[in-house]
Design a protein around this ligand. Structure first.
Ligand SMILES: [Zn+2]
Length: 546
C-alpha cells in the first residue's frame, strides 16, 4: 500500500463482533500450502524487498509469470506475460534548491529543507522560475461543490500560492480526488500559472507535521514514460514548486492584504478564503538527477465460456513491488513486504489457479494483472490502465488486492469503493457464498478508495473495489481493528513486515475463497457492473462508457 497518512485514524475503535458462519457451500477450495509457498517465496530476503526496477522485483515477476504459465493461463502482456514499462527516476540534488523572496523591504532567502521542501523535477535537470505571487485558497475548482478558488483571480504567468489540503466540508473520497497534487496542478496550469507554492495549515500539521516530512527528502520521484519518452501525468508549464513550513509561509504573507492567522481562522470555520495578489516576487531553482529504469507488469487471462461475453474482462489487480532496502536500519534492512503485498499477490495467484481448474469457466474472461511501481505512486497500474492489452471499455470491473492482513480469522470483508457502483450487491452476494459478510468502509475519512492500484482503473472509468479482510473476528478473543492498527504502527513499510508475522492460513483460505467468489459472480452475472446513477467518479471518469 502506498505510504500516506494511514496511521492515526485507522486505529479508531471499531467494535468487534464474533459472528457465526453464514454456511453456504462454495465450489472454490483454496490450497493454503500454495498461498503460503507463494507468500514465503515473494517475501524472502533473496528478493531484497522487490523495489521497482530491482533484480529482486524482476525475479518476483518471473515467478508470477511462471505460475500463470503453470496454470495454463493465456499470456496477455506485450512480451508473453510481461508488459515492460519504462520509468524515469528523478533525485533532487540536495545542495541545489534555492528560494528567494523579493519585496520592497529587500530579499529573504528560505533555507532548504529547514523552512521549505521541494521535490525533484521529472522534466528538467535544472529548473528555475521567477514570478509574482497570487494566493488562491486551496487551489481547487469543483463545479460539483460550487467551489472555485480561482474566481476573479489572474494567475497567468504567475506563481500560485495555495493551502495544503481541502475544505473540511468536502466529502472525503471526492475531496481526495479534487485535492490531489495532480488535480491542483491541473487547475493552476489551466489558468496559466508557471509555479506552485503550497503552504501548510494547522490541519495539515496535525495529520502530517512538517518535521515528519523531512524523512522523505531523499525519496526519488518516478513517472512512466510515454511513446515519446516523456513522463506521463506531468505539467511542463509548472517550472517550480515548493512546500512551505508555517514559519516560511509567514514571511510570504507579511504585509499581505489578509494575514495568515486570519486565513487559518477562516479554515477553522470552514470558510473558503478569498484569493488575492501577494506582495513581492519569488525566484526558485533546483537541480535533479535523472535515470531510466524498466520494470514489468505481469498479465494473464482465463478465457470466458460465453461466445460474446468472453470479450469482456473482470480484472484482478495486485501489486508485486515493495520498497526495497530500508535506509535507516542497520541489522535487517530488507523490507520484505510479506503483507504488502506478497499476501495479496499470493491470493491472486491461488485465485488464478482455482479458475484454471474449473471445468465450466465463467461467462466473462478474467484478467490477472500483477502491477509494478505501486509504492512509487500507483505507476504500473496507471501505465496498464492507459496502455491496456485489452480494450479499456471491455474491462468491466477491477477487484484490487493490497495488503490483506491475514493474521486472524475475519468474519467480514471490506470493499472500498463498493458504495459507488452496483458492485456492492455483487460483492455482498459473493461474500455470503463464502460464508462471510460485507461491511461498510470503516474509515471513510481516509479515502482509501483513492489510494491503491484500482484507482488507476477508476480513472479510466472502470467500476472497482479494493478488497481487504474486515475487522470482525470469528474469535471473540481477537479484536480485528486492534490487529490492523498494530500492524500499521509496528510493521507497515518496515523490515519487520516479513514472514515472522503470525499468519493464519485459515484466514488466507477464506480471503482467497471470497476473492474467487467475487470474480466468479462478476464474470457470470448477466449485467456488467455499473456506476451508481449520478456518482461523482462515474460522472467524472465514465461519461463516455455505455
Ligand atoms: Zn506499501
Amino acid at each position: 500500500m502506498i505510504k500516506k497518512l494511514l496511521l492515526g485514524a485507522m486505529v479508531s475503535a471499531i467494535s468487534t463482533a464474533a459472528l457465526g458462519h453464514g454456511a453456504t457451500s462454495s465450489s472454490f477450495e483454496p490450497d493454503t500450502n500454495r498461498i503460503k509457498s507463494h507468500l514465503f517465496f515473494l517475501a524472502d530476503d533473496l528478493l531484497e524487498g522487490r523495489d521497482t526496477g530491482s533484480r529482486g522485483h524482476d525475479i518476483a515477476s518471473l515467478y508470477i509469470a511462471t505460475e500463470f504459465s503453470k496454470y495454463g493461463l493465456k499470456p496477455m502482456g506485450t512480451d508473453g506475460y510481461m508488459q515492460s514499462v519504462e520509468f524515469r527516476k528523478a533525485l533532487l540534488e540536495q545542495e541545489s534548491p534555492a528560494f528567494t523572496l523579493s519585496t520592497d523591504e529587500g530579499e529573504v532567502s528560505l533555507s532548504y529543507p529547514k523552512e521549505y521542501l521541494t521535490g525533484p523535477s521529472l522534466l528538467n535537470a535544472a529548473s528555475q522560475v521567477s514570478g509574482e505571487l497570487v494566493f488562491a485558497g486551496y487551489g481547487i475548482v469543483a463545479d460539483e461543490l460550487e467551489h472555485n478558488d480561482y474566481q476573479d483571480l489572474d494567475v497567468e504567468g504567475k506563481i500560485v500560492v495555495i493551502l495544503s489540503g481541502k475544505p473540511k466540508s468536502f466529502p472525503s473520497e471526492m475531496g481526495a480526488h479534487l485535492a490531489s497534487g495532480s488535480q491542483k496542478a491541473r487547475y493552476a496550469v489551466d489558468r496559466g500559472a508557471i509555479g506552485m507554492i503550497s503552504v501548510t495549515t494547522p490541519t495539515a500539521e496535525k495529520v502530517r507535521p512538517y518535521q515528519s516530512r523531512l524523512s522523505y527528502i531523499h525519496t526519488p520521484r518516478m513517472a512512466w514514460l510515454n511513446e515519446d519518452g516523456e513522463p506521463a501525468n506531468s505539467f511542463p508549464q509548472l517550472k517550480g514548486s515548493a512546500f512551505l513550513s508555517e514559519g516560511a509561509a509567514r514571511q510570504l504573507f507579511k504585509n499581505a492584504p489578509v494575514s495568515l492567522d486570519e486565513i487559518y481562522a477562516q479554515l477553522e470555520e470552514d470558510k473558503a478564503p478569498k484569493g488575492f495578489a501577494l506582495p513581492g516576487t519569488v525566484n526558485m531553482s533546483k537541480k535533479s538527477k535523472h535515470s531510466q529504469i524498466t520494470s514489468p507488469n505481469v498479465v494473464a487471462a482465463i478465457e470466458g465460456s460465453d461466445p460474446e461475453l468472453k470479450d469482456e474482462y473482470v480484472v484482478f489487480s495486485a501489486h508485486s513491488d515493495h520498497i526495497g532496502f530500508a535506509k535507516t536500519v542497520k541489522k535487517d534492512n530488507i523490507n520484505n513486504g510479506a503483507m504488502d503485498n506478497a499476501s495479496g499477490t499470493a491470493v491472486m495467484l491461488e485465485t488464478a489457479r482455482l479458475f484454471s481448474q474449473m471445468e465450466q469457466k465463467p461467462k466473462r474472461s478474467i484478467l490477472f494483472v500483477s502491477v509494478t511501481g505501486e509504492e512509487k505512486g500507483l505507476l504500473g497500474a496507471d501505465y496498464f490502465a492507459h496502455n491496456p492489452t485489452v480494450p479499456v471499455e471491455k474491462m468491466v470491473a477491477d477487484v484490487n488486492l493490497d495488503m490483506p492482513i491475514l493474521t486472524y480469522e475475519f468474519a467480514d470483508v471490506i470493499a472500498f469503493g463498493a458504495s459507488h457502483s452496483d458492485m456492492k450487491a455483487s460483492v455482498e452476494k459473493a461474500a455470503a457464498n463464502a460464508g462471510i459478510e460485507l461491511s461498510p468502509d470503516p474509515w471513510p475519512e481516509q479515502a482509501l478508495f483513492t489510494r491503491s492500484d484500482h484507482y488507476a482503473f477508476v480513472k479510466q472509468g472502470v467500476p472497482s473495489v479494493f478488497l481487504v479482510p474486515g475487522l470482525k473476528s470469528k474469535d471473540p478473543e481477537v479484536d480485528g481493528s486492534k490487529v490492523f492498527g498494530e500492524f500499521l504502527s509496528t510493521h507497515y513499510h518496515k523490515p519487520s513486515d516479513d514472514t515472522n508475522q503470525p499468519f493464519n492460513w485459515d484466514a488466507a483460505r477464506t480471503f482467497a475463497e471470497v476473492n474467487a467468489q467475487i470474480g466468479y459472480t462478476l464474470a457470470t452475472q448477466e449485467q456488467k457492473p455499473k456506476w451508481n446513477e449520478g456518482d461523482f467518479f462515474g460522472e467524472t471518469f465514465a461519461k463516455d462508457r455505455q
